[in-house]
Design a protein around this ligand. Structure first.
Ligand code: ATP
Ligand code: MG
Length: 448
């Protein structure tokens, strides 16, 4: 058996054989070939073919097709509900603004198509009977675990600046090193990222940040990261000058990231940004350096960074909240945990505990031991949930209507009264029972 044999999914085999029965060539190509050879589950299966888009469409006239990028030759075909991207062999013309080819020419040659692809490990195609097509030594680079451009790195980066970020993204995710010439060109061409749409940077950056080798990449290519997060540059080599820290701000951040195990993008973004407010808030006295208010300043900077990189509101909200809370300590007491649960979702509380754990581990000894509260708080949270404790007006045993029935007027005061009752319940001063709450409401109303 061919040692490089790849088990193609049935939908891919079906699509290839349909195209070939109609007289065209077709191959699985790119990331799916790379991942299969690495025994990793591919994200998606792409097919490249000599058929022109309208010929591909005709081949699959009986199936649902979506004209995703028809001007670039891409048609998405739904085979057994599996979306397959089928793209015509292409040769890219000259590039404009370091990002888009001015023209795309369809080609009859697989070699043309593979030569326009970014890295050798991404420039392989696979055919069920003809086997692996690998004109640029992608197989060899896979086994040496190297990311190298197809062709001259600087030329390829000038064609499309995003490839700079893709190179370090693949290095981070796959744990590969970067070939010396490619690495050098990444540093010298990094300014080209200025021409790239924030949405494209966003996608690659999140993958980079969650990769197994994110920390060494963020260290070695900090100058590249600073191209799109210049706010971080102030943290590089910023001496903290205090006994709690043995690393500069950026190194501390990287050590905290190193400790992060969940690989959750929100948690990792929060760790990356948790101390971004430090350089702007630095003061010094006889005790050394201080960073009073670095949390709120960090929130402001994080907000700006994440908006600029087009993160969605839910992510921005969660990350900035974690940055805001990262430096506060919370006692492992039921009431305090309930208060926290009113402000953060359960998921964000778990993330906060992880941010604080990693932050602590990256401090100087003996301040680098995470407090026990970080494991006790999630336990208490579970108990509070299991008890079905009332934490919001939604589960309070009385509502506005009940109070109106008692003769109170609708309006702001009624809202204040309900909040006060909720407070009493959360603090344990009142049980969450209708009669007791109505009685308390009557008393409170009388007092006012
Ligand atoms: P992932 O596992 O993240 O999907 P991938 O390698 O499949 O990785 P895609 O962005 O899905 O990456 O692109 C599919 C293929 O298209 C790549 O493997 C590569 O051959 C080619 N490609 C993608 N982006 C570029 C680019 N900017 N320049 C050149 N080739 C590219
Ligand atoms: Mg892909």
């Amino acid at each position: 058996m061919d040692p490089f044999e790849i088990q193609l999914p049935a939908s891919v085999r079906f699509a290839i054989s349909r195209l070939e029965s109609a007289g065209f060539e077709a191959y699985a190509v790119g990331g799916c070939v790379r991942d299969s050879l690495l025994c990793r589950e591919p994200n998606d299966w792409d097919i490249t073919t000599s058929a022109r888009p309208e010929q591909t469409a005709a081949c699959f006239a009986d199936l649902r097709t979506i004209e995703t990028g028809i001007q670039h030759g891409t048609l998405t075909v739904l085979v057994d509900r599996d979306p397959l991207e089928i793209t015509t062999f292409r040769r890219d013309g000259a590039y404009a603004d370091n990002r888009h080819p001015i023209s795309v020419t369809f080609s009859d040659s697989l070699a043309d198509d593979l030569s326009r692809r970014d890295f050798t490990v991404n420039a392989m195609a696979y055919h069920p009977t003809r086997g692996l097509m690998d004109p640029f030594g992608g197989r060899a680079d896979l086994s040496r675990a190297v990311i190298a451009c197809v062709g001259d790195p600087s030329t390829r980066f000038h064609e499309d600046g995003l490839r700079i970020l893709r190179a370090i993204r693949f290095s981070s995710v796959l744990g590969f090193s970067i070939a010396p010439e490619t690495a050098e060109a990444i540093h010298t061409c990094k300014h080209l990222l200025a021409n790239i749409a924030a949405e494209r940077i966003h996608v690659e950056f999140v993958k980079l940040l969650c990769g197994i080798s994110a920390v060494p990449i963020l260290r070695e290519y900090s100058d590249v990261i600073a191209e799109f997060i210049p706010e971080l540059a102030a943290c590089f080599a910023f001496d903290q000058n205090c006994k709690y820290h043995c690393f500069d701000v950026y190194e501390h951040t990287l050590h905290a990231l190193e400790a992060e195990q969940t690989r959750d993008p929100v948690t990792r973004l929060a760790i990356l940004l948790h101390d971004v407010g430090k350089p702007l808030t630095y003061t010094e006295d006889s005790d050394g350096g201080h960073f009073k208010g670095h949390g709120p300043v960090g929130v402001e900077l994080s907000n700006r960074i994440l908006h600029r990189l087009r993160f969605d509101n839910a992510t921005i909200d969660a990350v900035t909240r974690l940055v805001d809370y990262h430096d506060r300590s919370f006692p492992a007491e039921e009431r305090a945990v309930k208060r926290l649960m009113q402000k953060l979702s359960d998921r964000d509380i778990l993330r906060l505990m992880e941010v604080q754990r990693c932050d602590r581990l990256a401090h100087a000894a003996p301040y680098n031991i995470p407090p026990r509260t970080l494991t006790e708080i999630p336990r208490l949270m579970q108990k509070i949930r299991a008890d079905g404790a009332c934490l919001s007006l939604k589960t309070l045993a009385v509502n506005g209507g009940d109070l109106i029935a008692l003769g109170m007027k609708p309006g702001r005061e009624l809202g204040v009264l309900l909040d006060a009752l909720l407070d009493d319940v959360v603090e344990g001063r009142l049980p969450n029972e209708r009669d007791a709450l109505l009685e308390a409401a009557r008393k409170k109303a009388k007092k006012e």
